[in-house]
Design a binder for this molecule. Structure first.
Ligand SMILES: Nc1ncnc2c1ncn2[C@@H]1O[C@H](COP(=O)(O)OP(=O)(O)OP(=O)(O)O)[C@@H](O)[C@H]1O
Ligand SMILES: O=P(O)(O)OC[C@H]1O[C@H](OP(=O)(O)OP(=O)(O)O)[C@H](O)[C@@H]1O
Ligand SMILES: [Mg+2]
Length: 284
């Protein structure tokens, strides 16, 4: 038997629960106790290491662990030599500058100022790429409070809903430094590995199952072309003859978010018995 594939998974924070949930949907067992730091699933040939998401890039970049799940922003901040294999569709955020409401409007105003952040690597790189000379104040968290307490003039931080900023009396300015989401990462230049490819196929299966539904409908043959144009599917929809002559049954995958619009369009074209089913799992 080949060795277990070692996968780093966030042990805490925003990415922890959605990462474990996605792995569960991909058929892996997950720890029952959030204090467990290592958990093997030998039936699926993998072993999970529960680590701080910020540290995961370091373990993976150094090659100690084959792959890991972390945020793109955390990967960039760490400077670790790892690449995104696939984006995972959760843990989405933007990384933005903010200051007291009404106090700053453009990046240029940051020159010579103090900027607090828990992502100094990311911030330093952005400032030097934009030719801005400012002092970076490294904090561990709750950076929104740094301005009020006079430790910094502005902050650069993760923004999801913007509630934390608003509550601190801050306002974003300038373009986002970055858009980020959770991703599966791997050491830069690592050789092809069948176990990793299997993990990626499983995760892609979960992404597709979450983003698409299966749509079935019946349509008169003379309307078939028009209906199929609305539901082109991934490669090609399945069309089968109905027992009633002159009618066909169509099955196609459609984006979940468009489900009702597509059903309305199909109905207007003349399709009937339109059924929508969740996809439990898939390999495309
Ligand atoms: N509302 C959010 N707050 C913080 N991080 C978020 C949020 N939404 C998405 N993320 C992403 O989660 C990752 C940060 O996770 P991390 O566990 O380090 O921070 P956290 O969720 O703030 O946890 P902690 O309580 O340890 O600060 C980043 O990739 C970030 O972009
Ligand atoms: O835009 P929002 O939806 O408000 O989310 C973003 C905020 O949430 C996180 O803080 P967290 O609560 O994790 O505390 P921390 O700063 O100590 O990490 C993050 O650092 C931002 O402060
Ligand atoms: Mg946090």
């Amino acid at each position: 038997m080949s060795e277990l594939l070692r996968i780093a998974v966030p042990n805490k924070g925003s990415l922890s629960e959605p990462a474990s949930q996605m792995l569960r949907e991909a058929g892996y067992r997950q720890r029952a106790d959030s204090k467990e730091l290592v958990f093997a699933d030998p039936d699926n040939g993998v072993e999970f290491f529960f680590l701080r998401p910020r540290d995961i890039a370091i373990y993976v970049g150094s090659g100690r662990l084959e792959v890991g799940i972390t945020g793109e922003d955390l990967l960039l901040d760490s400077g670790a030599e790892a690449d995104v294999v696939i984006k995972l569709g959760f843990g989405g955020s933007t990384f933005r500058f903010a200051a007291m409401a009404g106090s700053m409007t453009s990046l240029a105003e940051l020159a010579g100022k103090r900027i607090a952040s828990a992502y100094p690597g990311l911030l330093d790189r952005y400032l030097s790429e934009h030719g801005i000379s400012a002092q970076v104040i490294k904090l561990d968290g709750a950076v929104e409070t740094a301005v009020r307490l006079g430790v910094a003039d502005a902050i650069a931080d993760v923004v999801e809903t913007g509630t934390t900023l608003r509550n601190a009396g801050l306002e974003i300015f300038g373009d986002p430094l970055l858009r980020s989401e959770a991703a599966l990462i791997r050491r830069a230049g690592a050789p092809a590995n069948g176990q990793v490819e299997q993990l990626v196929r499983r995760l892609q299966g979960v992404l597709i199952a979450r983003q698409y539904v299966l749509m079935d409908y019946d349509v008169a043959d003379e309307l078939l072309e028009k209906a199929v144009a609305v539901t082109p599917g991934f490669e090609s929809p399945t069309v089968s003859p109905l027992r009633t002559a002159g009618w066909s049954a169509v099955r196609s995958m459609v984006p979940r978010k468009d489900t009702n619009r597509i059903m309305d369009e199909l109905w207007d074209i003349g399709a009937r018995a339109i059924l929508v089913t969740d996809i439990h799992a898939c390999r495309l």
